[in-house]
Design a protein around this ligand. Sequence first.
Ligand code: BF8
Length: 679
Amino acid sequence: MAEETKEKVVKAPKEKKVADPVAASMDLATQIMIKRAQELGVETVFDRAESMKPCNIGIQGTCCKNCAMGPCRLPLTKSVEDGPDERKGLCGATANTIAARNFARMVAAGASAHSDHGRGVAEVFMSVAKKETNDYKIKDPQKLIAIAPYLDVATTVEVDGKTVDRDLDEIALEVAENALNEWGKPSGELRYLKRAPQPLYERWKKLGVLPRNIDRETVEIMHRTHMGVDQDYKNLIKQCTRCALGDGWGGSMLATDLQDVMFGTPYPLQSEANLGIMKQDHVNIIIHGHEPILSEMIVAAAQSKEMIDHAKTVGAKGIQLGGICCTGNEMLQRHGVPPAGTFLQQELAIITGACEAMVVDVQCIFQNLANVAKCFHTKLITTHPIAKMEQENVVHIEFDEHHAMEDAKRIVKMAIDNFKNRRAEVMIPRQKATQIAGFGVESIKYHLGGTFRGDYYTLNDNIINGRIRGIAGVVGCNNARTRHNEAHIAIVKELIKNDVIVLTTGCNGIACAMEGLLSPETAAVFCGPGLAEVCETVGIPPVLHLGSCVDNSRILLAATEVVKAGGLGKDICDLPAAGSAPEWMSEKAISIGHYFVTSGVYTVFGLHLPMSGAPVFQDYMYNELEKIYGGMWDCEADPIKHAHKMIAHIDKKRKALGIDKARDRVLMDMADRQKLEAM
Ligand code: BF8
C-alpha cells in the first residue's frame, strides 16, 4: 500500500502551457511570430501569461507589504451592504489606506520614470548650452524661444532704450539652469504650472496641490506610505496629485520641450509600422526603451556613408532601423524610423532571426530579451548606467553625451559585423502598414488652421458645430493579460465612428499605426460622417500620433490651446473630452492617468484598477474626485462599453456647454463663441 502511494506521488513533469497565438493577439504578424517561437522552443511573454496567473488580492489593491509584519492581505469577501468593513492589517491599516498607499507608490514610480528621463534630457541640454558636446546642437531655436518665458527666461533685452533679441546661447544657458532647478529647488512651485488654463491653476492653488519641485513630491510619497505615516486615503491622494502634476506639467513636459529644442519639433511625416518593416537583406537594428538621447545618434550613425559602406562590405544592402516602445516613437516622430512593434512584440523582433542588434536604454524592457537573444545571433546591448541585465550574453556599452557619436558608431558597427552570424532561418512576417505620424501642438495648429489662420479656432468651430463630437486621448501600454491590441483598436474605432477625434501616444499609437488607423484614407472607412468630412478636408488621419508617453504632455497643452481658442468653456474640465488607457500595465500609466484626472479629464482604464478591493476608496476616485478636480477615474474592461462611457461624458460636456443640439454645421464667429462662454 505504502509502495503504491509512493508511486502515485512521482508524477511526470508538467508540460509547459503555451499560448494560443490567435487568442493572444489580434495582429497577424504577432500570431505568426508567436507560432514561430513555439516551433523553435523559444518562450515568450504570451506563453508565460498562460502558465502564471496574477494574484487576485494584488489585483484588488489590498495587499500591503510595506513592513515585515506582513504581507497583510485584505481580499474583499463581502459587499458594502453586508455590514461594516472590519478588515485590517496587523497595524490596523484599513483596506482604503492600503489601496491608497499602493496607488500612491505606483504614482511615485511612474512619475519618477518620466521625470528621471526628463532630468537626463535636461542634463544633456546643459552640456549643449555649455558647448561641452559637439554631437548635439540646438535644432529648433524657435521652440527654445517659445519655452523660455515659461521658465522665466527673457528672450529680449533693453539696449540704449531699444528692445533687442537676446543672444541665443545666453537664453539656452539660462533655460538649462532654470529647467534643471525644477527637480530640486528649495522653495516655490513648478514654473510650467502656469501654462495650464488659469482657472485650473487657481483650483490647484486653492486645493494646495501645486508641486513644489519634481523630486520632492516623489520622496514625500515614499515617506507618507512608509509604515505608520499617512493613514487617510484622501490625504494620500492629495499628495498623489502633487506628484502626478509634477510629472505631467513638470518632468514629462520638460523632457518633451527640451527634446524638441535639441532634436527638432516633430512635423507630420510618412512611415510604416509592424514587424514587416525589418528587411532580410539589411542589417536590422532595433532601438527600444524611452530616452531618445542615444538613439538620435544611432539614427545619424546608421545614415552615415561610412556605416552604409561598411554594411555593404558584409553583404547587406543597407541598414534598417526599427523601433519598439517609446524610443521607437521618438525616432518615428522626428525621423520617420518605423516602429517594429509595441511593448508585447519586443521578443518577437529577435525571433525573426534577422535582428543583428537590439539596443535598449530604460523602461519597458523585458529581462527575457536576454534569454531570447541567446537562441539567435542577436547582440542585446544595454546602454544606460541605471538599466543593466544580469545575463552574461548581454553587452553593456555605456553611453555618454560627451562622446555620443563615437558610442553610436561603435554600436552600429557591432550590429553590422554581426550580420554574417545569422544562425536560424530568417522569418520576417510580411505585415506592415503605412502611417502618418509626427503630430504635436504646433502641427495641429498648422494643419487645422493653416498658415494664415494657424490656431485652434477651426478645431473648436468643428467641435461646436458638431462635425467633431469631442476629443479623446487614447494612450498607453499592452498587457499580456488581454488580447494584444484588441481593446486599443476596438476603442479607437468606436470613438472615430462616433465622430470623436483621437490623440494617441505610446503603444496605442503603434497599435493604431499597425492597424492602418494613422492614414488619412482611414477617415472614409471608419469615421462618422462629420469627422470624415473634417479629416478629408484638411488631409489628416482621424487618429493623430503625438509621440511617446512623456509626450502626453503635448495632449495637456493641446487641450489648453483648445480652451484658449474659445467657445468650449474656460477650463480643461469643460471640454467635451475624455482619456483612455485600454491595455495599461505600467506604473507610468497610473501617474499619467492621475495627472489627466486632476487636470480635469474623465479617464477610463481597461482591464482592472488596483482599488476594487477597497470600495470606499474606489468610490472616492471614481466619483468624488470629479467634484474636486472636474475629472475622475473609471475602469471598464469591455472595449465598446469603455468607448461609450467616454462618449457619454463627451455628450454630458456638450450639453453643459449648450452645444448638444449644435450639429447644424453653422460656422461660429467670435461673437457667437463669446455668447457661449457667457452661458
Ligand atoms: O512609456 S505605452 S508599454 S512603451 S509604458 Fe511602455 Fe506602456 Fe508602451 Fe512607452 Ni508608455
